[in-house]
Design a protein around this ligand. Structure first.
Ligand SMILES: Cc1cc2nc3c(=O)[nH]c(=O)nc-3n(C[C@H](O)[C@H](O)[C@H](O)COP(=O)(O)OP(=O)(O)OC[C@H]3O[C@@H](n4cnc5c(N)ncnc54)[C@H](O)[C@@H]3O)c2cc1C
Length: 317
């Protein structure tokens, strides 16, 4: 089969790697590089993660993948907890940022970035996957790993209608502040502080120091806003947000001067509910929806959903 996977986040790449052993697989992503919410940005000499900051491992499949990453120095243990408390569970990071994980999974795959999929059409011969430059890719089977509302939008011109309960899924937003500093920040060891993401009175849910995480050669921090703060401030201009978030981050910036600061808005940061199955397969149609809304709103959930999507596609071969 020729399989087109839409989305080169962890779910799409995990699915593509599994399927590529037996099928011809093409991965399309609208982003400039792979990774989706495993996002690492360079600002000058600094390297900053501005999506996921670490990952944990619970299940065997992701354990095997993580052991392989550890053996090849693609990932390493960052810490075992925050605020001086350890719970025995390692928090892992990508060695050169969280994006390293996606880049590693993408190696050897046919992945095209800057390819925005516009719509999907179905005919007797399978699927036409149409990008926004009117390019058409033919496919026998398709895996969609975008956040659910974005996947649903791609199906509007097809005869596939996912269940209403699936389409009702919503996502929380996150606004992130990225700042490069001229000297070490005031973030305590191990270079991260974590708070209640739904606290109405707080601005930040997570603050990370990327030099202390071992990801950036020079001091740089990311401050991910809480869900209520992100929602309340979503429409404000980026320049306003940057000024206010820098002021609110003063305690973590400490004595350092800010060399450069940027703001990133994640419209689909965290699914508010998780679908009871690790992916959704259209009845009698070679189409699977996958992503972190299916197997848990974390790096491991996205990976496991990608594996489940590959297994579902195989049943059509
Ligand atoms: C701010 C933030 C902090 C987080 N922190 C953590 C953490 O500390 N630990 C943890 O485990 N998890 C964390 N997460 C969650 C974790 O990042 C996600 O669960 C996981 O990365 C989702 O992977 P995915 O493949 O399902 O989706 P995504 O990574 O979102 O991948 C979907 C891909 O689809 C592409 N796409 C969408 N529409 C189209 C289209 N029309 N055409 C082509 N491509 C398209 C996108 O560009 C994207 O690359 C965090 C997320 C955010 C946003």
């Amino acid at each position: 089969m020729r399989v087109v996977v839409v989305g080169a986040g962890l779910a799409g790449l995990a699915a593509a790697r599994e399927l590529a052993t037996e099928h011809e697989v093409l991965v399309l992503d609208k982003g400039r590089s792979v990774g989706g919410r495993l996002a690492t940005r360079r600002i000058g000499a600094a390297r900053l993660d501005h999506g996921a900051q670490f990952f944990t491992v619970r299940g065997d499949a992701f354990r095997a993948q993580t052991d392989d990453w550890l053996a090849r120095d693609v990932a390493r243990v960052w810490c075992h907890g925050f605020h001086g408390r350890t719970d025995g569970y390692p928090r892992y990071v990508g060695t050169e940022g969280m994006n390293s994980l996606a880049k590693d999974l993408a190696r050897g795959l046919d992945v095209r970035c800057s390819a925005l999929v516009f719509t999907l059409r179905r005919d007797a011969g399978g699927w036409s996957v149409i990008t926004d430059d009117a390019h058409i890719e033919r496919a026998d089977a398709v895996v969609l790993t975008c956040p659910i509302p974005q996947s649903w939008a791609l199906l509007m011109e097809s005869d596939v209608a996912p269940p209403d309960a699936l389409l009702a899924h919503e996502y929380e937003r996150t606004i992130a502040l990225l700042a490069v500093l001229d000297r070490p920040s005031a973030v305590p060891e191990p270079g991260g502080v974590q708070f209640d993401a739904h606290d109405e009175s707080a601005a930040f849910a997570f603050v990370a120091d990327h030099r202390m995480r071992g990801v950036s050669p020079i001091p740089a921090i990311t401050c991910n806003a809480t869900v209520p703060w992100s929602a309340a401030n979503w429409e404000r201009p980026t320049d306003d947000l940057r000024v206010e978030m820098l002021a609110r981050a003063a305690a973590w910036i400490g004595d350092a001067q800010v060399l450069e600061a940027q703001v990133k808005k994640w419209r689909f940061a965290t699914p508010t509910a998780i679908w009871p199955e690790p992916c959704w397969t259209a009845p009698d149609v070679p189409l699977v929806l996958a992503g972190d809304a299916f197997a848990g709103p974390k790096v491991e959930g996205a990976f496991n959903s990608g594996l489940a999507a590959a297994a579902a596609i195989r049943s059509f071969a």
